[in-house]
Structures are given as C-alpha cells and as structure tokens.
Design a binder for this molecule. Structure first.
Ligand SMILES: C[S@@+](CC[C@H](N)C(=O)[O-])C[C@H]1O[C@@H](n2cnc3c(N)ncnc32)[C@H](O)[C@@H]1O
Length: 336
C-alpha cells in the first residue's frame, strides 16, 4: 500500500480545506465546529467563487476542453471535501489497525488498469454497509474488481462466501495471501463474460467501475447478471457523478438506464469514498492539461488531496418485467 496512513490522510484533508477557506477569506471562527447557518453562508460564498473560476475558463479564449474539465473537476471535488469535513468528525477518516496491516505490500495502482485506490477507511465503511444488510452466515458477496481490498476487509467478519472477479493477477494474489478463504477468479469484466453457474446467485455485488459510461455499464450489466432474484439482494456501486453531472450533461440518460434494466436506487451516500491523489498517475494525467494561470484559488486547488465517489445502493425494482428479448441478449452477451 502507499505509505500514507490514516492520520496523514486526515491531516492532509483538514490542511487543504483550511487553505481553501482562507484563500477565499470565508474561514469562520472555530471551523469546522460551526452551526448550520454559518456553514450554509460560507458555502454560498465559496460556491460563487468556484463558479466564477470555472466561468473564467469557460469564456477564456483558446482554452482547451481538457483544461476546462480539470478545473471543474478540481472545483467540485474541493466543494465535496469542505462539506465532508464539516459533516463528519475526524474518526470518520480512521481505518482500523487490523485492516491497515492487511493493506501493506499491496501492489502499486496502475492507470492502465483504471486503478486509483480509495482510502482504507473508505473500504471499511463500504464493508460495514454490507455487514449491516447481508446475512453473515449464509450470504454470498461478489466484488467486481477489488483493488480497494474490500474482500479482505470483509473476510474476517463474514462466514458466508466471498468471491472476487478481477483481471489484475497482482491484486488476486495479494487477496489470496491475506484472505485465502476468498474465492478469486481472473475475469475481464469488459471483454470477457461471467461463468454461467454464477447467474443470479449473489446477495451483494460490490463494484467501483471505471467512471466513463460505456465501461461502467459493462460492469453494471454483469453485476445485474450475478444478482439474485430476491428483494433483499443489493448492488453497492461506488461512482463519481462529476463526469456525468457536470461535464458532459449525460446524467439523465445515465441514471434513466438503471430503471430500464429494472434497478432502483435505495440510497445514495454522498462523498462516501475518498481517493488519495498524491503521487498517482491519475493526478499526473489531469495536471498535464493545466496551463499556468494567475489565480490564488486555482493555486490551492492544484493541491487537491483527494477525489471522491458516492455510494449508490441499488436493488431490483419490484414487479419489473424486462423486455424478454433485450434481457436474453444482455444475459448472452455478458456470460461466458
Ligand atoms: C475499475 S477500477 C476503479 C478503481 C478506482 N477506485 C477508481 O475509482 O478509479 C476497480 C477495479 O477494477 C479492476 N478492473 C478494471 N478493469 C477491469 C476489467 N476490464 N476486468 C476486470 N477487472 C477490472 C481494477 O484492477 C480494479 O481492481
């Protein structure tokens, strides 16, 4: 695992938010222990300043689309970090020593595999959700891609079956070393198919798919294929809405698609997972698009320490009948 531990992450977060609030001169006395109206007022001013910055890049002659996208992304992430710092106590960002130990010697994330690890406390939060809702004696849980090591975090609390489908053999071997009871299988979730015996057999499917629509749906169709036909089965989807909501105005078709395949949103937990950006290939990729600009606010945003994703909890829509032809085709396409 990257050497950053939980305390370093928390410190980075609080320090970044302090600098951001100071640069726009809105940091209230006693922050983050301020009441709701002080917080609301502060956020209004901050949002206006951030919008003004994004607007500047929208209008600036000769700005490339990639640069506008990066400025928007940094801004929206920063607003989420401020919100979460106010809403949560520092304990929220603390992982257990047991799980931190299991993360040591984890292979480095690779951008070519779309990997960007979330913080260990984010993984544990996700696992706690599963433990609250899925029978720990009889339940069957599937992780579709597991660089965040959710299967390892779950294993010591769960007597049911845990499976991982993943195409990075380094991750599979790390999981096997740390939690041999987890059933690992090399599967390509974009180009490959799911073994037929796994059809509709899981109570919980956990996934943090790539954040572009096409690849996200390759994962999601397979999750649906694996999900039991039961009102209690759940999909735990980690997804960052920035791409769909703010950049491409694709939110409506993206979210409508869930209802067309018979999935309902049961709950959405905002900013549930944080992803450290320091020294990642992902950060380098983003920053290559930024040109030098005289803006104290952008100067601070450049040090954004974390990206975020929401947790979307999904279940099958009751009494839903999918068109039998599209259902048959989807199942054929996504199975082996
Ligand atoms: C898609 S990545 C995303 C992770 C990261 N938290 C993020 O949000 O950018 C999650 C996991 O899926 C795995 N993965 C990516 N593409 C895959 C594919 N085509 N087949 C199987 N696993 C894949 C990665 O190795 C990783 O473990």
């Amino acid at each position: 695992m990257r050497s950053q531990n939980t305390e370093q992450n928390t410190e980075l977060l609080y320090h970044f938010v302090d600098r951001l609030l100071e640069v726009v001169s809105v940091r209230p006395e006693g922050w983050p222990n301020v009441d709701v109206s002080t917080y609301g007022q502060m956020m209004n001013v901050l949002r206006q300043r951030v919008e003004a910055l994004c607007d500047f890049f929208e209008r600036k002659e000769g700005t490339r689309k990639e640069e506008r996208v990066v400025v928007r992304l940094l801004s929206e992430c920063a607003l989420n970090l401020v919100e979460i710092t106010w809403r949560q106590s520092p304990d929220y960002f603390t992982a257990s020593p047991e799980f931190l130990k299991l993360c040591t010697e984890r292979p480095e994330p690779l951008l070519e595999y779309d990997q960007l690890y979330c913080t260990p406390d984010s993984t544990e939060r996700r696992v706690n959700q599963i433990l609250q809702e899925i029978d720990r004696e009889e339940g069957r849980v599937l992780f579709m891609g597991d660089d965040d090591l959710g299967s390892v975090a779950l294993a010591s609390h769960f007597a049911g079956e845990i499976h991982v489908f993943e195409f990075d053999d380094r991750i599979l071997s790390h999981i096997h070393d740390k939690a041999p009871q987890v059933q690992c299988r090399h599967v390509d979730l974009v180009l490959g198919g799911i073994p037929k015996e796994m059809k509709e057999t899981f109570d919980a499917i956990v996934l943090d798919p790539p954040w572009d629509e096409y690849h996200a749906w390759c994962f999601l169709h397979k999750a649906l294929y694996c999900m039991k036909q039961s009102p209690h089965a759940r999909i735990y989807l980690s997804f960052c809405p920035i791409n769909t909501e703010y950049l491409e105005q694709k939110a409506q078709p993206f979210f409508r698609r869930f209802s067309t395949v018979g999935l309902t949103f049961e709950a959405i937990s905002p900013s549930f997972h944080l992803y450290p950006l320091a020294n990642t290939e992902f950060r380098d990729l983003l920053f290559q698009h930024l040109t030098p600009t005289e803006s104290p606010l952008l100067h601070v945003l450049r040090d954004l320490p974390f990206g975020f994703s929401n947790l979307y909890k999904l279940r099958r829509t009751e009494h839903f009948r999918r068109n039998p032809i599209t259902r048959w085709f989807s199942q054929w396409w996504h199975s082996q």
